[in-house]
Design a protein. Structure first.
Length: 393
């Protein structure tokens, strides 16, 4: 009897371990790029263009290598802002070239007119594969490039396969919907600042809402992520751009990017970009830093000057999530510097997307009062986007 009981106990332990391992396996988010069985067959025998950068990875390989290893004919790479290797400054023109490892030509979209491939480039391929990590914000430019590519593909009767990736800020929606009179290179669709969508979902919405030029539609296939919902707190395996080096910066980005339209440094050229802010004239602060010229921030604001301000890198993730978009940091710096309207540049409205925020700040309104102004936009967009969601809210 003891022997039988021992065997049953061992069997039970084995089953439990097996179930536990299976649950762990089921729980890991699997990106679209990892699900090669879902898309390699769609690309066989076709000339393929790849829109990607350093974030397009499958394990320890780049998606480009995965495609080539599976016999896919990749004829060109389209690279976005920051370049194919993700090292260029924000807004820096990146020249076209050749990927040294594979010999595949690189066509830089951040150095050409309107940021779109010309006719010659479009005629070189049959299908465009998009695999790039976004961070879910209206002023983060990768989605703008993707939507422009969708328009070009539609115009030239090319299909598009999007290898979807989780949105690290996909668990909430916040901010005003862009007033299209402020449409620019940092905001091109009528969506909130934090839209909560993956690029696959956003592509479906751009098609469905008629946001492509002339209302044309792009033939899009989205390879979904597995085990992902909009409540998943997905941690990026690779920095999406030079000045978002970690998850703290990614989470603070929705609240700090507006400093780009002011004289205040948000830490570019330091070890804590998008995790601190300061200015030489912000006296009374114990925290200080001095921006330097570094890769990815060659000429940062307040270069070489001692800036005083606040270090936000010690905030807990939960504290940042609970505050969502928090204009309190911007308002604090505005009041401390006491510069009036000289504090803002015209770039501010392009980032915030509406014309009522600047005057409310100048009138002394609080961050909470301003946030209440866009809550109707948030609810409207949540309803509007619902039919395009690929993942549970």
């Amino acid at each position: 009897m003891k022997h039988r009981t021992h065997l049953l106990a061992l069997l039970l332990i084995s089953v439990c371990l097996s179930v536990h391992a299976e649950c762990r396996s089921q729980g890991r988010v699997i990106t679209g790029a990892e699900r090669t069985d879902k898309y390699i067959g769609l690309l066989k025998g076709k000339r393929v263009a790849l829109f990607s950068n350093q974030t397009g990875i499958v394990g320890n390989k780049h998606t480009l290598d995965v495609l080539l290893e599976n016999g896919i004919q990749v004829v060109t790479i389209f690279s976005p802002e920051h370049g194919f290797r993700g090292k260029a400054d924000a807004g820096e023109t990146v020249n076209s070239g050749v990927d040294e490892r594979t010999g595949v030509p690189i066509y830089s979209l951040y150095g050409v007119k309107d940021g779109i491939p010309d006719e010659a480039a479009m005629k070189k391929f049959d299908v465009l594969v998009s695999d790039i990590q976004d961070v879910g914000l209206r002023f983060y430019t990768y989605y703008i490039t993707m939507v422009k590519l969708m328009g070009q593909c539609a115009a030239y009767s090319k299909s598009m396969v999007i290898l979807d990736r989780p949105n690290p800020n996909g668990f909430y929606v916040d901010g005003p919907i862009l007033d299209m009179k402020y449409k620019s290179g940092v905001g091109s669709l009528p969506i909130p600042i934090v839209h909560g969508l993956t690029l696959g979902e956003l592509a479906l919405m751009a098609n469905g809402e008629g946001w492509l030029p002339g209302g044309i539609r792009c033939k899009v296939t989205v390879i979904k992520c597995k085990n992902y919902t909009h409540q998943t707190r997905y941690r990026l395996p690779v920095a999406p751009s030079p000045n978002l080096p970690n998850m703290k910066a990614v989470y603070l980005y929705p609240s700090l990017c507006y400093f780009e339209a002011t004289p205040v440094s948000l830490g570019r050229g330091t070890s804590l970009p998008f995790q601190q802010f300061g200015h030489p004239d912000m006296t009374g602060y114990s925290h200080s830093f001095t921006p330097q010229s570094v890769e990815g921030a060659k000429n940062p604001p307040q270069l070489g000057k001692l800036c005083r301000g606040r270090n936000l890198s010690q905030l807990s993730d939960t504290a940042i999530w609970n505050r969502k978009i928090d204009l309190g940091y911007l308002i604090e710096a505005y009041r401390t510097l006491n510069m009036g309207d000289r504090f803002f540049t015209g770039f501010f409205e392009k980032l915030i997307g509406v014309d009522y925020v600047r005057p409310m700040i100048e009138q002394g309104k609080s961050a909470a009062e301003i946030s209440r102004m866009w809550q109707a936009d948030v609810e409207k967009f949540k309803r509007q986007r619902r039919k395009y969601l690929l993942y549970k809210e």
